[in-house]
Ligand binder design. Structure first.
Ligand code: DHB
Length: 300
């Protein structure tokens, strides 16, 4: 059998594809569905200090090739997710905690709590675009440096970051330097492209309610930006595993991310649209190519 396994910060994944934080991963019931699916790990919804109901609805909208959302971090509060880890671990898969505190002290408290949980990896979300008045932390390099300094200091588990896309070589370099400085265990590239605007010409209106219709764009629209981010961070930080995310719908997409330099791949929009059993993502013929691939992408 072809080996399509992956290893992130010492944590073994049976195959290299698992769910991205966000879609259908808020409740224990949803997380157990992921546990029973082909997803090789169970990533939980980004959590805050206290429970949140999230933004006003409609706050998610399917697009022909992806989605736009402004969920606003609806979640049960970190204490529930700390408790869920022991239940989820019984399924025999790694559990990934996604931490998205609204301020630095929250992140320190939440990460400290996950130290005493059965989470295998912690993904610090520095890239949520949907909280009014709270900029995406990873676009502020000084703040990112400070957050990572404080959080890494208390964290006893392998901790990585989830990043927004960058569009400028200087910004890739600045963030890479910060990740290296704090010995970050992995980086997930990319979160949705923040603050896109979808307009329905028939209704002459925006399609989601929060923030005047602005929300994070995901799916096929973002795949090439995601591949570029994976490739650039892999080039700048060859020692740090990069998890690809953005527009993964098929085994071919997965393979493209591996070619770009990803160590593993997360599926987001497709999980929202087709559920955690989205067969196409695990399309065997393409995943098998991953097992035979041991190199770098070629120049034309
Ligand atoms: C939400 C969206 C994100 O892109 C993210 O990283 C975290 C939370 C949200 O709106 O719930």
């Amino acid at each position: 059998m072809t080996d399509i396994s992956a290893k992130i910060a010492g944590v073994e994944l049976e195959n290299c594809v698992f769910n991205a934080a966000g879609p259908k991963d808020v409740t224990l019931e949803e997380l157990e569905a992921i546990a029973k699916s082909a997803s090789s790990a169970i990533t939980m919804k980004s959590c805050t200090l206290d429970p949140r109901t999230g933004n006003a609805e409609p706050r998610y909208y399917d697009l022909p090739e992806g989605s736009i959302n402004s969920m606003g971090l609806p979640n049960l509060g970190y204490r529930e997710y700390v408790n869920f880890t022991s239940v989820l671990k019984q399924h025999g898969k790694p559990v990934v905690a996604s931490v998205s505190g609204l301020k630095l002290e929250d992140n320190v408290e939440i990460v400290s709590a996950f130290n005493d949980s059965e989470a295998d990896l912690i993904e610090l979300n520095l890239s949520c675009p949907n909280i009014a008045g709270k900029p995406q932390v990873c676009y502020d390099f000084e703040q990112s440096d400070e957050v990572l300094k404080q959080v890494v200091r208390v964290c006893k588990k392998p901790i990585g970051v989830k990043l927004s896309p960058y569009f400028d070589f200087v910004h890739f370099e600045q963030m890479a330097e910060i990740l290296q400085k704090h010995r970050i265990a992995f980086a997930t590239c990319i979160n949705s492209i923040g603050n896109a605007l979808v307009i329905d010409p028939e209704k002459e209106s925006v399609v989601i309610k929060p923030k005047g219709g602005f929300g994070g764009l995901g799916g096929k629209y973002v795949k090439y930006t995601a591949l570029a981010n994976v490739n650039k961070f892999h080039e700048l930080l060859p020692e740090i595993p990069i998890i690809g995310c953005g527009g993964v719908y098929t085994g071919t997409d997965v393979f493209e991310f591996i070619l770009a330099g990803a160590s593993a791949v997360q599926a987001g929009s497709v999980f929202m649209q087709q559920g955690p059993d989205s067969e196409s993502v695990y399309a065997k013929e393409r995943l098998r190519k991953i097992g035979r691939f041991h190199g770098e992408i070629k120049d034309v």
